[in-house]
Design a protein around this ligand. Structure first.
Ligand code: ADQ
Length: 462
């Protein structure tokens, strides 16, 4: 019987329930269901030259195979190429890209080393599923080491249009590397089109009649597999007696009638300053909302070694302070800004207790928070989702109030619409949204990807 081998930059702690980050949440759910091997970095940085031995640890049906990273690898592969070249490029932020040849060397080196450590653990029938932008060249490295097993790749972030990707000096190498996988999964149809365009415009390729893409002399299956959440589990978390208490405390403690909630890693792609400004605009445009509405923004720290992240943190602290200073009162704090991880149970309860879910990234692969907000609502009295048109989730979640995240007035008016929406309309929008979130849940994502990757063994992971 085939075994599922998942490879991602970071192996998450399956016992932790406060983990933020879409990949950790989605893969944790997927592997808990299927069992298998999860390979990647253990999160530790060791001195250059230290022994980088693989550690195996079994937790339930999942074995984690982890390695530490040297200081140099961390700086060049992780902070450098992954987070200062690929992340900003894929989020259309060429102004933040810092390319250095040493970063690229580090990226190749770590992918090679990862391939070395995985080869030793592989069994002949394994199905290998590689995740995200840190490991684009892993399949090419595994193939070079004689690996014949099926290898799939899922990109959690957007695949940018060719005109943007061309700004990365090694663009052809990156896209050519992707052709060593058997199946490429993207979040949306728009990402697939961007990939096809790059292949045909810059790899002398074309799309075959069966949908596969041919370029650089190789073929690959490239399709959209929109990621989802475990709807039932998240909805259940929002309805426990503990959750009821959190919601009651929220309503009792904050002397405001309505609550808007935002939950994001503190990342410049998430549109957080624009969101705060839109909330301030709401208070300016609609004075009846003063003392009546609160914005709760939960934004745990992330990638603090990258300068752009420190800057966004300072900007956000300044904005929340100035809104509270200008509008706050002894019994009303307009912005509640929480800069840490929160238990998922508490998050679910907060989503259920807040009348508007505000999800306004400037660019996002999918955005699981939008789906979690929908899943957590009380179907009899649901809240309203305000969603950026530039989140992958907007391709599907049409019944949300769709906004332009760069347009402060547009967001402010959508907030007002959400806060004053009649119950009937809230119910009908929520019903349609919940159906969509259910139809494309975590199980559907995992099974449809694995069915495309390993049709002959389809079912063994279900
Ligand atoms: P992220 O950019 O991390 O994921 P997202 O999809 O919203 O974005 O996932 C974040 C996850 O972390 C959610 O499950 C959320 O509940 C959780 N989280 C956020 N803040 C938290 C906090 N303070 N405490 C606890 N949990 C918190 C990347 C891509 C996305 C893509 C996902 C999955 O950038 O576009 O949707 O991967 O593919």
């Amino acid at each position: 019987m085939s075994r599922l081998v998942v490879v991602s930059n970071r192996v998450a702690d399956l016992e932790k329930t406060t983990q933020s980050g879409g990949l950790a949440v989605a893969l944790g759910d997927a592997l808990r269901q299927s069992g298998g091997l999860w390979c990647g970095w253990d999160g530790n940085v060791v001195e250059d030259g230290a022994d980088l031995k693989t550690t195996l640890k079994k937790k339930g049906r999942v074995t984690a195979a982890t390695v530490p990273m040297t200081r140099r690898d961390y700086e060049e592969y992780y902070v450098g190429f992954s987070n200062q070249v690929l992340w900003p490029t894929c989020h259309y932020r060429l102004d933040l890209v810092k390319f250095e040849n040493a970063y690229f060397d580090g990226y190749r080196r770590v992918n090679q080393r990862m391939a070395d450590s995985i080869v030793e653990l592989l069994l002949p029938d394994d199905i290998i599923w590689v995740h995200d932008y840190h490991l684009i060249s892993l399949a090419a490295e595994l193939r070079a080491r004689g690996v014949k097993q099926r290898i799939g790749f899922f990109l959690h972030i957007p695949f940018p249009p060719p005109g943007i990707l061309l700004a990365v000096p090694v663009h052809n190498w990156l896209v050519k590397s992707l052709f060593s996988f058997d199946v490429l999964g993207f979040q949306t149809g728009a990402d697939v089109v961007n990939f096809q365009r790059f292949a045909s415009e810059h790899g002398e390729g074309h799309v075959l009649s069966d949908g596969r893409v041919m370029a650089f002399g190789q073929t690959v299956t490239a399709r959209a597999f929109p990621i989802g959440i475990d709807v039932g589990a998240f909805a259940a978390m929002a309805r426990t007696p503990d959750a009821e208490q959190v919601i009651e405390r929220l309503h009792r403690r904050l002397l405001a009638r309505s609550h808007i909630i935002g939950v994001d890693r503190l990342d410049y792609t998430k549109g957080l300053p624009e969101r705060m400004k839109a909330f301030r605009r709401l208070l300016e445009l609609f004075p009846d909302k003063r003392r009546a509405v609160t914005l709760m923004q939960i934004a745990p720290p992330t990638r603090e070694d990258v300068a752009a992240y420190t800057e966004i943190r300072e900007e956000l602290e300044g904005l929340s302070g100035s809104i509270n200073g200008a509008y706050g009162n002894f019994d009303w704090t307009p912005v509640r800004y929480i800069h840490r991880n929160i238990k998922r149970e508490t998050l679910a309860a907060l989503f259920r207790g807040c009348q508007v879910g505000l999800v306004t990234p400037l660019r996002d692969g999918m955005n699981l928070v939008a789906k979690e907000y929908v899943a957590a609502q009380n179907e009899d009295d649901p809240g309203v989702l305000v969603l950026s048109r530039f989140a992958g989730a907007a391709e599907d979640l049409e019944e949300a109030l769709i906004v332009n995240p760069y347009d402060i007035d547009d967001i402010a008016h959508a907030l007002q619409q959400g806060l004053t929406m009649p119950l009937d309309e809230r119910r009908s929008r929520h019903k349609a949204l919940l159906e969509r979130v259910r139809a494309r849940d975590a199980k559907h994502w995992r099974e449809s990807f694995l069915a495309a990757l390993a049709p002959q063994t389809y079912g063994v992971f279900a």
